[in-house]
Design a protein around this ligand. Structure first.
Ligand code: SAM
Length: 305
């Protein structure tokens, strides 16, 4: 890493540009069926609800924060607990999505045509393939998630999207992921690729060695490749609510592992951070998008030389 300017904002919360997105205080119905079951898009045939409703699921809680409808009662109950503790979580989730859109547009505008989105979550508005293919229609996107429901929904909802594939894979097993036939069929690792790790690494504890996984992905990519990363922090958050928020996630499918800015920066080892460096999410190359308002995390883009 050769470029690391200081962040331009030093506090959590509004940065002066927002908040402008609606916090989804009560999106979605309250029954135990998938919240979209009466909508135009039918839920995927599998997996069955019975098998996935027992614990709050981090992908579907995030969908709820975003105002989405692909979540179950157990997810909504946990998400509402988090919203009680941190009422701006919905706006912060929108801020993260806005960062993702700006970062992938940045990569596409600099000529990257292959995108490996790990921890992609459920499809929502402004999906990666939509953003990058608006810049370059020939761009390829591989969505990866380890959650079978997120993968099933993504396959159903993105089924006919051109040059887009959905893969079930685990960031913690990068060798398997890199060797997956659908990944190798779509991504030419001798050419630049943008690896997205957006709001996913804070679900991987240090004991599972996320730094080694990120380094393995880096080493598999060619010069000119980019790392697009965002990560939750509790830097600046009061300790009691922070502990309460983590306790909610202890009951979910993945523990929450917020990291300090210094520890998030370590994920960029071997990359040159592009301006403005690792920043509060709303401060990373803001383009006036209305929802870039409240940051609960840091984000940045690294360039592999
Ligand atoms: C908060 S969502 C982020 C979705 C999207 N990247 C975004 O920022 O809008 C986190 C996603 O990471 C996925 N995830 C968590 N741990 C993972 C792992 N070890 N491998 C692959 N996906 C993982 C979850 O299933 C979930 O869909």
């Amino acid at each position: 890493m050769t470029s690391e300017p200081a962040p331009t904002a030093t506090s959590r919360g509004p940065t002066g540009r927002g908040p402008t997105g609606p916090a989804p205080a009560s999106p979605g119905p309250t029954n135990s069926a998938p919240a979209n079951s009466a909508s135009a898009t039918p839920p995927p045939a599998a997996p069955s609800a019975a098998g996935v409703e027992s614990r709050p699921n981090v992908a579907r809680m995030y969908d709820y924060y975003l105002g989405g409808c692909h979540n179950f009662a157990v997810d909504r109950a946990a998400a509402r607990q988090v919203l009680e503790i941190f009422p701006d979580t919905g706006v912060a989730a929108q801020t993260n999505r806005a960062f993702l859109r700006r970062a992938v547009r940045y990569a596409a505008e600099r000529g990257v045509r292959q995108f490996l989105d790990i921890g992609a979550g459920l499809p929502t508005q402004g999906n990666v393939h939509e953003v990058v293919q608006a810049v370059a229609p020939d761009s390829r996107v591989v969505y990866v998630d380890y959650d079978e429901v997120a993968v099933a929904y993504a396959r159903r909802l993105l089924g006919d999207a051109a040059r887009t594939v959905v893969v079930e894979g685990d960031l913690r097993r990068p060798d398997e992921l890199l060797a997956h036939p659908d990944v190798t069929a779509s991504i030419d690792f001798t050419r630049p690729v943008a690896v997205l790790l957006v709001a996913v690494l804070h679900f991987v504890p240090d004991a599972e060695d996320p730094y080694a996984a990120v380094a393995r992905l880096r080493d598999a990519t060619a010069p000119g490749s980019q790392l697009l990363l965002s990560h939750l922090t509790l830097d600046g958050a009061p300790p009691v609510p922070a502990q309460q928020g983590r306790a909610v996630y202890q009951q979910s499918t993945a523990p929450l592992v917020p990291r300090t800015r210094a520890d998030i920066l370590r994920f960029f080892d071997g990359y040159e951070l592009v301006e403005p460096g690792l920043s509060w999410l709303a401060d990373w190359r803001p383009d006036g998008e209305p929802r870039a308002g409240v940051s609960h995390g840091f984000g940045g883009v690294g360039l592999r030389r």
